[in-house]
Design a protein around this ligand. Structure first.
Ligand code: ZN
Length: 254
């Protein structure tokens, strides 16, 4: 089964459409939160995600802020303004959809491998998972062999292998290594922790939209990038009266 992995779409309609045009032949979709916030098209992006067949969707911190579940007090002023703009833009139906999105972690059945999705980390939906220490914490907090997360807008994967140590201690040593290319999702001796990157606001210096494609039969997970119409997304952000920095950063992927 091929599984489409989307995270941090951030109301970027042009990036979302480009990713879906590029991602052919998937049978299930997993959406790791932050459908809205920053971008100019929250309603259109919500409608696209709602229309995905066989999708499991969880909330992100920007969804919570736009839905009024958090007051965005810990957001920087530009992000807070974007959350307020999003809340004011959404009609009651779409606002309710965002408000009622489940909180991660959510276990995913029926893939043939054990998997779980979360926005930030399995132990805290709002945690930014950057390094190998955080990755080790995330592996410890979940039982599944494949952990999918977003939130940092960085496309990255970690693998945990379990090595038996020498007699007499007879204990397993867990080793976490970062990976950055196509990878084995899970094969019995290794567990994987993967961030497919951000569809709508990449922050790794590559402005192309990011997403992932999991193939459960071959046990591989591709981290993909797609060119999209950045200038149209920027034009819409400026026209909406959102902070111009939210448009400018899309050009540089920061
Ligand atoms: Zn985000």
């Amino acid at each position: 089964m091929r599984v489409l992995l989307l995270s941090d779409l951030h109301a970027n309609l042009q990036a979302t459409e480009a990713v879906l045009a590029d991602a052919a032949g998937w049978e299930r979709a997993l959406v790791l939160g932050d459908l809205v916030g920053y971008g100019a098209d929250p309603a259109a992006v919500i409608d696209i995600v709602r229309g995905l067949a066989h999708a499991t969707v969880i909330r992100g911190n920007h969804d919570k802020a736009a839905a009024g579940l958090t007051n965005a007090a810990d957001f920087n002023p530009i992000a807070r303004h974007a959350a307020e703009w999003t809340a004011a833009t959404l009609d009651a139906d779409r606002a309710a959809y965002i408000r009622d999105l489940p909180q991660g972690p959510v276990s995913i059945d029926g893939l043939g491998i054990s998997a779980v999705i979360c926005h930030g980390a399995p132990f805290d939906e709002d945690h930014y998972l950057f390094d190998a220490d955080d990755a080790a914490r995330a592996f410890d907090a979940a039982d599944e062999d494949l952990i999918l997360y977003g939130h940092t807008h960085l496309q990255i994967a970690f693998r945990q292998t379990i090595e038996a140590t020498a007699w007499p201690s007879n204990q397993a040593r867990r080793i976490v290594t970062p990976l950055d290319a196509d990878m084995v999702a899970a094969n019995g001796t290794a567990r994987s922790l993967v961030n497919p990157g951000s569809v709508g606001q990449p922050r790794d210096g590559d402005p192309r939209a990011a997403y992932g494609m999991l193939d459960t039969e071959s046990g591989t997970l591709q981290l993909r990038r797609v060119v999209y119409d950045i200038s149209e997304a920027q034009r819409r952000i400026r026209a909406a009266g959102l902070h111009p920095q939210l448009a400018e950063r899309l050009s540089v992927g920061r």
